[in-house]
Every structure is written in structure tokens, then in C-alpha cells.
Write a protein that binds this ligand. Structure first.
Ligand code: BG6
Length: 486
């Protein structure tokens, strides 16, 4: 691996590649993948020689020029790097298109052959399956049957299955073509800077790791409310719901990083071993410890069943049966059409053994006495601690105080990578640290089985609220850190 010429980055640059984007005409490619690939190019992080082949079924086929135009519009609308100047021209020249149907992959094969000739030598192949889950198997089978899978890695989008049997079947299909070392099950949350920062915070400091356990922490919250609704994705959402869309995919994965034991090394095998151990220790979910919600008005959205029981909100209590976390509940919450869009992890600390001090002054509640460490994943992210101090004056009166570290104030994040950018780069480099392993995802579905089999009915909540009222009972005697905590 060499450093890119004129590179603004200091990281490694991948070997020469032909990247094939299945679903190149879709929403994910437009919002994230095409703008993200250009940002990587601009940051000097794409290989010295590369080509990007867009693909889609023949009825959505584009000419090379039309694909370039679409990519330009996508980068203009959604990218941090605007499509202009010599960098854009070079990127644009690397884009071509090849349609593929399961029974007619020829246009794609020919586009890949041309791209490989243009790159020269023996470039690696990277396939990104940005297609609906039901299309995963047929694309994988086509890659196997045509020989395209040789010398290739594959990025598979979420959701990875909808339950244990479907995840096992999907793993079996993929493993019949790719061995595990070439499979990258993507979860863009794990590409967020702040996830790496959890590792840094925990394992680079003597300050936090000694207290990161059941002796000092009373409970943990992983809270990802979203302000947006389903944004016209009724068809996807009706068949998926928030548990599969957000919890299995994103929040459980975050929990893995927060709860893991120290890895022996910061390498993919150790990190993934420790994360999978967390999932192994996860108790099967108890449907009585889950609140499923649906925002009022969801059933009137175009394409939604007027009697739909799909949850647009979920809050749940998760227990980990291991030595570090036994008895410490993890509360996870996510939902659409809530009061704010945030990404927050809160660790609540146990109270001191003796209560020598009077209650905090006005407005102070019992819960506010607890110390908290709050990790905010919003880009660029921040970390805050909350504790009690004495208010100046003759009386011993306590008030809440905080210390905040803000990424945006402390570092120039111009060349920071977004989740997808970071993970596509890692896949090109062959680094699986931030990708989900087959046993991990299967174990998560296994633990989820009781909830999937017996979900309680959805409870309504008002758009703009924080979910159904019963979430306060779920978390008692603690309380949700949001929306109170800034
Ligand atoms: C996606 C989900 O994976 O993540 C969406 O399908 C959700 O429903 C999105 O809105 C949230 O991602 P982010 O990074 O915007 O919080």
C-alpha cells in the first residue's frame, strides 16, 4: 500500500480497484455512496488507479454519460466535496455503467472487463450490494456463476435477514461464493468517528476503563431518536419496522463496542471476537421489557396498511449475563418522528454509598444526583460528564455541573470521513474490524426470537414527542437522559 500522490490524508491507500456499485441508480447511491466515493477521491484515499462501474437491472440501465451526470448531481446535492475542478474530472472519467439481470449479466461483464483493462494489471474487485435485501441472493449467485467473485470482496447492505432462519439462509448463500474473510456486512454507524473514539476513550485512558463495569455503572442508555418520519419509504418500512431497521443493525452493534472486554490488539480478529462475546452473553429479549410505538398518522402515510402494527418506535431493556455487566440494564431507544434527531450513549454511575448532602436546589430531582458520562455521536460529536458541585455561599448546596469535550471545537474535521466513506475505504483495505461477522448477526437474531414471535401491540405516540408514555416505566427507577440533557 502506498500513500496517494498529493494526498491530504495520512492513512493507507488501497491497492488498485474496480468497484462495482449494484443499486447505482438507487437512493443510497445518490445520498451516500457516490458523494462518499468522490470525497474519498478528493481526500487522496482512493487507489492510485481505479474504476467505478455502476450497475442496475436492465430496465433502469444508464449510459456512461447519464451515470456521470447522475453522480455529479448527487455530489452537488449531498456531498461535502463539490463536483468541480480537476479532481471531479478525474473521478468522473473513472465512472462507467453496466446493467445486469440474473439471466443476462453480459453488459456488466463487459463493463468490468473494460474497467480492468483501463486500470491495468490485476486490480481487486469490490462489489457493493446497495440493493433491497430480497435481491442479495440473486446478485451473489450471479457473481459466483460468472467468475466475477474471483479476487473480489463484497459489501452487503443491511438489514441482514429478518430473523434467524433468513440470516442463516443468507449466510449460506454468500458463503457458497465468498469465504468470510471477503464479506463485509456494513453498518454505517460503526464507521462514525465517535465509535472509534469509544475505543480510544476506554482503552487509551487510565481514567475510564477502571470504572467501566457493574461496580460503578448502574445502567447504560443507547438513544437514537430521529426527527424524520419514514420519508416515503413505506414499502421498506412496513416490512421492516424500527427493531430490524435500527436496533438489530445499529444499536446492538454500538452496544457491542460499549460493552466489550479490552481486545488483546486493535485488529479485526480481536475486536470482532470481543464484540461477538457480548452478543453471546446477551439474554433472550423479554417482550414484556419492550415498548413498541407507532406515531399517530403513520397509518395514513401513502403505502401503509391502515391497520398496520409495524413499529416506528421501540425502547427495550437488554441484559448481558457476563462478569462485567451482570445486573446492569442497557436501555435502547430509537424511533421516527420524535422530538429531536440525536445519537447519544449515556452511562449512569452509581450513587456514593452515603448520602451526606441535601437535595440539589430548585428543579433538582433524585435522578439528577447521578453522575453521567454522555457520548454524543452526532457529527462531529462530543463527550460530556455531569456531576454535582457546591454552589458558592455559606450553605452546602449542590448544583449540577458538567465538563464538555467538543470535537468540532478541538479538531479540524475537514478530512474526517463519514460512516460510509470510512467503511468503503476499510473494505478496500481488507480491514474487517468495523464489520459484522456471520456468527454475530445470527446470535443477535437468536436473542431477538422471543420478541419477534410475541410482540406486544404498538402503542401510539404524538409526532414530535419522545415516544409512548410507558417508556418511563420501562426505565424506572432511572430516567431517559434525553431530552433533559443537552
Ligand atoms: C438507516 C436506516 O440505516 O439509518 C434509516 O435505514 C435511518 O431508517 C438511518 O434513518 C439513520 O442513520 P443516521 O446516520 O442518519 O443516523
Amino acid at each position: 500500500m502506498a500513500s496517494g500522490p498529493g494526498s491530504e490524508s495520512s492513512g493507507p491507500v488501497p491497492d488498485d480497484h474496480v468497484i462495482v456499485l449494484f443499486g447505482a441508480t438507487g437512493d443510497l447511491a445518490r445520498r451516500k455512496l457516490l458523494p462518499g466515493l468522490f470525497h474519498l477521491a478528493k481526500a487522496g484515499l482512493l487507489p492510485a488507479r481505479y474504476r467505478i462501474v455502476g450497475s442496475a437491472p436492465s430496465q433502469a440501465a444508464l449510459s456512461d454519460d447519464a451515470f456521470r451526470e447522475r453522480a455529479r448531481e448527487a455530489a452537488a446535492e449531498f456531498g461535502r466535496s463539490k463536483p468541480e475542478g480537476p479532481e471531479w474530472q478525474k473521478f468522473e472519467e473513472a465512472l462507467t455503467f453496466g446493467a445486469a439481470d440474473p439471466d443476462d449479466p453480459e453488459p456488466l461483464l463487459s463493463a468490468v472487463r473494460k474497467a480492468e483493462q483501463a486500470v491495468g494489471g490485476e486490480p481487486r474487485r469490490l462489489f457493493h450490494l446497495a440493493v433491497p435485501p430480497m435481491a442479495f441472493a440473486s446478485v451473489i449467485e450471479m457473481l459466483g456463476a460468472t467468475g466475477l467473485a474471483e479476487n473480489a470482496r463484497v459489501i452487503v447492505e443491511k438489514p441482514f435477514g429478518t430473523d434467524l432462519p433468513s440470516a442463516q439462509a443468507l449466510n449460506a448463500t454468500i458463503h457458497s461464493v465468498f469465504d468470510e474473510s471477503r464479506i463485509f456486512r456494513i453498518d454505517h454507524f460503526l464507521g462514525k468517528e465517535s465509535v472509534d473514539n469509544i475505543l480510544a476513550l476506554r482503552f487509551a485512558n487510565g481514567l475510564f476503563e477502571p470504572i467501566w463495569n457493574r461496580d460503578h455503572i448502574s445502567h447504560v442508555q443507547i438513544d437514537v431518536p430521529e426527527k424524520i418520519g419514514i420519508e416515503g419509504r413505506a414499502q421498506f418500512f412496513e416490512g421492516t419496522g424500527t427493531f430490524r431497521d435500527m436496533i438489530v443493525t445499529h444499536l446492538f452493534q454500538l452496544m457491542g463496542f460499549i460493552a466489550m472486554e479490552p481486545p488483546t490488539e486493535l485488529v479485526a480478529k480481536s475486536l470482532r471476537d470481543e464484540k461477538e462475546k457480548v452478543f453471546q452473553s446477551m439474554r433472550h429479549l423479554d417482550p414484556a421489557q419492550v415498548v413498541r410505538g407507532q406515531y399517530e398518522g403513520y397509518r395514513d402515510e401513502p403505502g401503509v396498511d391502515p391497520r398496520s402494527d409495524t413499529e416506528t418506535f421501540i425502547a427495550l431493556r437488554v441484559e448481558l449475563d457476563n462478569w462485567r455487566w451482570a445486573g446492569v440494564p442497557f436501555f435502547l431507544r430509537s424511533g421516527k418522528s420524535l422530538g429531536e434527531g440525536r445519537h447519544v450513549v449515556t452511562l449512569g454511575f452509581r450513587e456514593p454509598a452515603l448520602r451526606m448532602f441535601p437535595q440539589p436546589a430548585q428543579g433538582g430531582s433524585e435522578a439528577a444526583r447521578n453522575n453521567e458520562l454522555v457520548i454524543d455521536f452526532d457529527d462531529p460529536g462530543r463527550i460530556a460528564t455531569h456531576f454535582l458541585v457546591k454552589e458558592p455561599g455559606p450553605a452546602m448546596r449542590l448544583e449540577e455541573a458538567g465538563m464538555v469535550f467538543d470535537y468540532g471545537d478541538s479538531f479540524n474535521s475537514m478530512y474526517a470521513l463519514e460512516g460510509y466513506e470510512r467503511l468503503i475505504l476499510d473494505a478496500m483495505l481488507g480491514d474487517q474490524s468495523l464489520f459484522t461477522r456471520s456468527d454475530g448477526i445470527e446470535r443477535l437474531w437468536e436473542s431477538s426470537a422471543p420478541l419477534l414471535a410475541n410482540p406486544l401491540p404498538v402503542e401510539p405516540y404524538a409526532p414530535g414527542s419522545w415516544g409512548p408514555k410507558s417508556i418511563d416505566r420501562l426505565i424506572a427507577p432511572y430516567r431517559w437522559s434525553l431530552p433533559h440533557r443537552r
